[in-house]
Each structure stands twice: as structure tokens, then as C-alpha cells.
Unconditional design. Structure first.
Length: 298
């Protein structure tokens, strides 16, 4: 099973259910699947072979995360990129991982223009959200390509993701994760947070899903759940303060370490949390977890 297969499982549960929610917009499983079909078909038509490295450089957005499924469906290898990194580090990682395709948000266009001069291996640059004078938009590149269903590429031992490491032992390196590795992760995640069978999980996504937090959103999609993109505002810590509505009780929250203000607003609704280790910030621990016995922490 690939990332795209996790989407297909959610599609079978309820194609008209909300899959991704950002602000007042939402995309159903059918919407996200159609986008993945179009992107996968176009990648194949353009001659990109399975195993080609592709990356997405964007702030947290539903449009960016949808591209992950199209990349997987075509058999390409996803290289998660971090929009918080500086230009030098992004140039190093994209070159080190041998990326050939980059989809980026226009907010990062200035960085991308500089990256373009440093990354000769990267042959296709697409702006995620709009046409720019010097870059083709993703939608224009897709053109009139068909949205008819297309089977997802599947080889359990193919490299699905090359995940950058944290850089604590020198410059960041890449960990090759096969499709089988991703499947084991999803199974472990589902068992750890043991979502109730009678409910569809809601994932409150505070950290960028085109980076590390995207791994944790995949099991939610496989269960036919909903991924809600956290709303950020000025004055909040790195990934922002989050507000949830009573009808969107999160089954899990994925946030960057140290985002304590997140929990001031969301913790009362959380049924589980996923956390990780990161660099400590002033006044914040480098590792956080929730100890309320009513909250399952993984």
C-alpha cells in the first residue's frame, strides 16, 4: 500500500466525506483522488519514471498535501522539504537527494529563484498556487489531462520517501523508507492511538504536512478521517495558535515541539497526540508529551 492507496481506502469508505479542511474550504475524498489521478497521469506522460525524486516546498496547505498523493500514485519518491529551512540548507538537501521536480508555493518564490541557479539536476519547477512570470503554474502544466482513475504504482520494496534527518550528527542525511516501511508506520500509528471503530478520526495538522507531520496524516486518511489544517496568526509560536470547533474533536494532533500555546486552545478537545524530538527553544522543552490519562500520546 502506498500513500495513494491510503487515499483510495478512504475513498471507498465515503467518497463524498471531507478529506482535507482549510479555513472555510474543504475537499472531499473524490476531489483529492481526482487531483492525484491528474498529477500522476501528467507525470507519466512527461516521462517521469518510478523512483524519480520529487519534492514540495510550501507552507502548510491542503493544495500542497494533495500533491503528495499524485506523486505516490505515479511511483515517484517523495522528498519532504521544510519551508522553515534557509536557502543554503534547502539547496544542499534537494541536491543531495537528487531531486528532479519541485512544486513550490509562491510565498517562497524568491528563495526558489535563487535555488534554481544552484540545482542543475532539478529540471521541472512548478508554482503550486498561481502563474508567475518566470514559472509555470501547476494547474497550467496539468492542462486538460484526464482525471479518470488510474491504479497506484505498487512495489513494497520501492523507496517511497527519502526523509531528511534532523542534522544533530552533522549535516542532514536522507533515510530511505520503502512502501513497506510506510505501511508498518501507518499500522503502528493506528494501533498506538486506537481510533474508535465507530468514529472517523480528525487530525489537527499544525506542522507542515509536506514535511515530517505528513507521515502522521496518512493513517487518518486511510481510516476515512478528516485532516484539518490549523489556522495560524501573528504573535503565536512557530506554527501558531490553533482554534478548533466543537464538531471537529481531534483524534490526534501533530505539531512541532515546543508549541505550548497550541495546547492552551486545543488540548481540551484532543483525544490523542503525536510528538517528536526537536531543538529546544527558550522557555520550551525540546521534547513534549501529554500526560493527561484521558489522552493517548504516541
Amino acid at each position: 500500500m502506498t500513500h495513494a492507496h491510503s487515499l483510495d481506502r478512504g475513498l471507498l469508505i465515503d467518497k463524498d466525506a471531507a478529506c482535507l479542511v482549510q479555513g472555510k474550504q474543504q475537499w472531499t475524498y473524490a476531489d483529492v483522488a481526482r487531483h492525484s489521478y491528474r498529477l500522476a497521469r501528467k507525470l507519466k506522460e512527461a516521462g517521469y519514471e518510478p523512483g524519480t525524486k520529487a519534492s514540495i516546498l510550501s507552507r502548510n496547505s491542503a493544495a500542497a498535501f494533495m500533491c503528495v498523493f499524485g506523486i505516490a500514485r505515479a511511483g515517484l519518491t517523495w522528498v519532504p522539504a521544510n519551508p522553515k529551512l534557509n536557502e543554503e540548507d534547502n539547496a544542499y538537501l534537494l541536491n543531495f537527494m537528487d531531486c528532479e521536480l519541485l512544486i513550490f508555493h509562491s510565498d517562497l518564490a524568491d528563495m526558489v529563484r535563487s535555488l534554481q541557479r544552484q540545482l542543475p539536476k532539478l529540471t521541472l519547477w512548478l508554482c503550486l498556487d498561481r502563474q508567475l512570470p518566470d514559472f509555470l503554474s501547476l494547474e497550467d502544466w496539468l492542462g486538460d489531462v484526464s482525471a479518470e482513475p488510474i491504479d497506484a504504482f505498487h512495489d513494497p520494496d520501492a523507496v517511497a520517501i527519502i526523509a531528511p534527518t534532523g542534522g544533530t550528527t552533522g549535516r542532514s542525511k536522507g533515510v530511505q523508507l520503502t512502501q513497506r516501511n510506510v505501511n508498518v508506520f501507518m499500522a503502528s500509528h493506528l494501533m498506538s492511538l486506537h481510533y474508535p471503530h465507530s468514529e472517523r478520526p480528525v487530525n489537527l495538522a499544525a506542522a507542515p504536512l509536506t514535511h515530517a507531520a505528513g507521515f502522521a496524516a496518512l493513517p487518518t486518511v486511510a481510516r476515512g478521517g478528516k485532516v484539518v489544517f490549523a489556522r495560524h496568526h501573528r504573535g503565536a509560536p512557530s506554527h501558531g495558535a490553533v482554534f478548533t470547533s466543537d464538531r471537529d474533536l481531534p483524534a490526534a494532533c501533530h505539531a512541532r515541539c515546543g508549541d505550548t500555546r497550541l495546547f492552551q486552545h486545543a488540548v481540551l478537545h484532543l483525544r490523542g497526540s503525536a510528538h517528536g524530538r526537536g531543538k529546544a527553544q527558550a522557555g520550551h522543552p525540546g521534547f513534549w508529551s501529554l500526560h493527561d490519562p484521558g489522552i493517548r500520546s504516541g
